[in-house]
Design a protein around this ligand. Sequence first.
Ligand code: DC
Length: 221
Amino acid sequence: MFSVALDGPAGAGKSTIAKKAAEKLGFIYIDTGAMYRTIGLACIKSGIDLTDAQAVVGMLPSIKLRLAFLDGEQHIFLGDEDVSSLIRTEQVSMAASSVSSIPQVRSFLLELQRGFAKTDNIIMDGRDIGTVVLPDANVKIFLTASPEARARRRTLQLEEKGEKADYEQILSDIIKRDYNDSHRETAPLRPAEDSILVDTTELTLEQSIAKVTEVIGERLK
Ligand code: DC
């Protein structure tokens, strides 16, 4: 099996780029952020205080999380409910960032994540894929862009969907999430030593996809 670890900060375009690159290569794309988001959502639904690690850990045994691939697209289920769209709110983003700093939450998801690399050719995106989840991945890419470029893209995305977008608020959320993700004790966001850095600040989406596909293609030769 061939595995690609794609890590980087929030909003660097990992999921869009990984999805397209996986399509081109015939690989399965696994979005691990969706798993943390689903745990965050489960806590919100149960009214659990996200800063109370003990309460969050207490919830874990009751969380039934499942991935399904419909038309090549990852869908995530919490129990019987497809929550793939519900997890895409700013509230759930912050909840995911919060629960992801709890070591038991990370170990709860680890085996599920590793399982995919055993059975399929995959591109897995996250924060700790190259450093913790798949340390033996065939290719490790660290995808980044400046916080301002990421905030600009997110603002545009929301505006295109006809939603309200406040650039300054989005930028400050991105900076806060970067800080949380890279300063937690367990599996902080950092490039694996053997990762290839791809900075998309000055690249268009098409150029970013081409670059990532090229990097993977070279290792596939
Ligand atoms: O990639 P994303 O924005 O959907 O991730 C949501 C949150 O989950 C993010 O704040 C960091 C966390 N996360 C993580 O800690 N480890 C991963 N492998 C993926 C996501």
